[in-house]
Design a protein around this ligand. Structure first.
Ligand code: ZN
Length: 661
């Protein structure tokens, strides 16, 4: 990609060159100097360090010749419904006027009179494209040629994407309800850039193109960019005072697109909450805010206030962690299933939702102008939301094309006048009612529920009572739905690193599938020794007739025997593909927990289960498993000893046996 052409004091000479060689064309005689550019739109947001403010969003268009031009957009610019955000990363045509800079060091821009989608001027969707599936990122660590320091190690950057908490793969899976992951992400560097810092940062501004072109350039011999979705550029010294996130149109290893991209100074990658925020921009998310003219004052959104309440959620290595983002943003990226979103139109609207009262992740209440609505979401201090200031219904007012660039504003009547969107007046709790009388809307919080709140919604004369469940509900695995009986156990097993599920794309756990004996060997040894444990090499033999050394779990099975937890099934065999039954499981778990020499207390006169007589071969083990609280049986009175252990049951057994957090 070529360097950004319209830059600063070289404007006049560059402008002539652009007219001659680029796609810039006159659009007609109706307005003197009016021209149009067709190209790819990219949006970049700038974030100051803790305690400062944001800049942007900045808008850029890159034409077919690779020339990138900064756009200026104001309230007079004609935009489709949904604004520029709806056109981010799309092919657009911008009509407008190239403006002369007012001072020698100010950046020339193309003043946009109108922006429309190239494919279909009528399109103007209110939401950008859904983001789903595997989205691996590559971090490139780049050193300015005049600064030698390497603030963090390669291992630090690689592990930042980790699947266990608090890695970014864990974070994005939880935030997106399993809709996306960053599995396959990696880091490379440090590489030395060809130029000193002053080439990339001048007039107190970062030159995004120079930084992106040279940093990807030095890494290109070592990275196949076609294997990655997005790029985090990690620099070894401060940039222009900001961390930046968004996208940049480039051609890398044959792929031409607006690449999701961030530009990070050391303070950016030193707190993982900043990386969560910047990657949010790279996925296309804007900022949200309150109504007080600030950007970083919505404590309910990682895309706003990332710094408050860090004392409740931080990591020794990666610093402050991010909370969830708001429902408006999750819905924008396609992460809220239609069945989990309740829309209450006014009684006079032509469309009725037709949805039954029930449990939802969000409710919306359209009002006034087209595209305006309130969102209603429940927030609880669970998952990454333990960081939140409280437990409450939170309401946002959505205006997609708002002048401050923040479509969602948290509703805070500010009864105490302190401009704090994390205080009681922004939190709608049981007995309280939000009312917008002018638009005929109210939200009454009726009661708390296990996962959220019951609310009565009113839109003019239309009313509905629904349950709104926590924004931070764990929907990490596509086949473990909200409210699943073993959901929290599966989550804990995953967090402990003992399982990554049965499929990674899409993320599945296979909760009803039976556990086989070879799988069990891996689960038990990881439970005993920790998630990073690997058994010794298998050597020349596993010791079992039916387990060749080439079996995928050969080393695990041999080690399980070496630790005395199994003696095999019979006749020198291990029966690796046979399912594990619940009576076998009792023995496996207690031996794994206490060592191979453990023997349970005598069974006495009863096992406590009607289907386990005291003469059952594992009677004492089963009774002890219940005594330790690891099982409560398959019903109140039975244990189902010969039933195969399913993966969801196994999650409960392992979490309890090994006291996993
Ligand atoms: Zn930002």
């Amino acid at each position: 990609m070529s360097a950004r052409t319209f830059t600063r004091s070289f404007f006049a000479a560059v402008f002539i060159a652009v007219l001659a060689f680029s796609g810039l064309q006159p659009v007609g005689a109706q307005e003197a100097g009016a021209q149009s550019i067709t190209g790819w739109l990219s949006i970049i947001w700038g974030d100051g360090p803790q305690g400062s403010d944001s800049v942007g969003p900045l808008y850029f268009i890159t034409d077919e010749a690779g020339t990138t031009t900064r756009l200026s957009v104001d309230e007079n610019t004609s935009l489709p419904e949904g604004g520029l955000l709806a056109l981010n990363r799309q092919l657009v045509t911008v009509s407008g006027v190239a403006s002369q800079p007012s001072a020698a060091d100010s950046e020339p821009v193309f003043a946009a009179v109108s922006v429309e989608a190239k494919d279909s001027p009528e399109r103007g969707s209110t939401t950008p494209s859904a983001v789903s599936g595997s989205k691996p990122f590559i971090s490139i660590m780049c050193k300015f040629s005049d600064y030698a320091q390497e603030p963090k190690t390669l291992t630090y950057f690689q592990n930042m994407y980790g699947s266990p908490y608090p890695g970014l793969n864990h974070y994005w899976r939880e935030i997106s309800y399993g809709n996306i992951n960053v599995t396959g992400s990696n880091a490379v560097g440090w590489y030395t850039l060809p130029q000193p810092r002053s080439y990339y940062v001048y007039n107190n501004q970062l030159d995004f193109d120079r930084a992106a072109t040279d940093c990807t350039g030095v890494a290109n011999p070592y990275v196949n960019f076609a294997g990655f979705t997005g790029i985090n550029l990690m620099f070894n010294y401060d940039l222009d005072g900001y961390a930046w996130g968004g996208g940049s149109y480039m051609t890398l290893d044959g792929v031409s697109k607006v690449w999701p991209m961030t530009w990070e100074p050391p303070w950016g990658y030193s707190a993982i909450t900043v990386m969560s925020h910047e990657m949010g921009h790279a996925f296309g998310l804007p900022h949200s805010s309150g109504n007080f003219g600030e950007t970083y004052d919505n404590r309910w959104d990682v895309m706003s206030d990332t710094w408050s309440d860090c004392s409740r959620l931080s990591d020794a290595t990666y610093g402050c962690l991010g909370q969830h983002t708001i429902m408006y943003h999750k819905d924008m990226l396609g992460w809220v299933p239609a069945s989990m979103k309740y829309t209450l139109y006014s009684s006079t609207a032509p469309v009725e939702s037709g949805m039954a009262p029930g449990a939802y992740l969000m409710a919306t209440l359209p009002f006034g102008n087209a595209g305006y609505y309130y969102t209603v979401e429940a927030r609880q201090q669970v998952g990454y939301d333990v960081k939140l200031p409280g437990v409450a219904i939170i309401i946002h007012e959505i205006e997609p094309n708002r002048n401050d660039g923040n479509p969602a504003h948290v509703v805070d009547p500010n009864n105490d006048g302190n401009n704090d969107n994390g205080d009681a007046s922004a939190m709608w709790t049981v007995g309280e009612t939000f009312t917008d009388a002018a638009n005929g809307i109210s939200v009454q919080v009726l009661s708390s529920t296990t996962n959220g709140f019951s609310v009565k919604l009113t839109n003019h004369s239309a009313t509905a009572t629904v349950e709104i469940d926590s924004n931070a509900q764990i929907l990490m695995f596509g086949d473990v739905p909200l409210g699943y009986w073993a959901g929290s156990w599966i989550e804990r097993l995953y967090n402990a690193g003992i399982t990554g599920g049965c499929s990674t794309s899409p993320m599945l756990f296979c909760p009803a599938t039976g556990v086989t004996r070879d799988q069990m060997a891996v689960f038990l040894l990881r439970g005993i020794h920790g998630s990073s444990y690997n058994p010794p090499a298998v050597g020349a033999s596993t010791g079992f007739n039916d387990v060749p050394t080439t079996h995928w779990a050969a080393a695990w099975i041999k080690q399980l025997a070496a630790e005395g937890i199994t003696g095999g099934c019979s006749n020198g065999n291990f029966c690796p593909s046979l399912p594990v039954t619940r009576d076998q499981m009792a023995v496996f778990l207690l031996r794994a927990k206490y060592t191979s020499s453990y023997a349970p207390p005598d069974v006495g006169s009863s096992t406590g289960f009607t289907d386990v007589p005291t003469t059952h071969w594992a009677a004492a083990w089963i009774k002890q498993l219940a005594a330790e609280g690891i099982t409560g049986g398959c019903t109140a009175t039975t244990y189902c000893p010969t039933t195969t252990v399913t993966r969801d049951q196994m999650a409960v057994f392992l979490v309890r046996a090994f006291n996993l957090p």
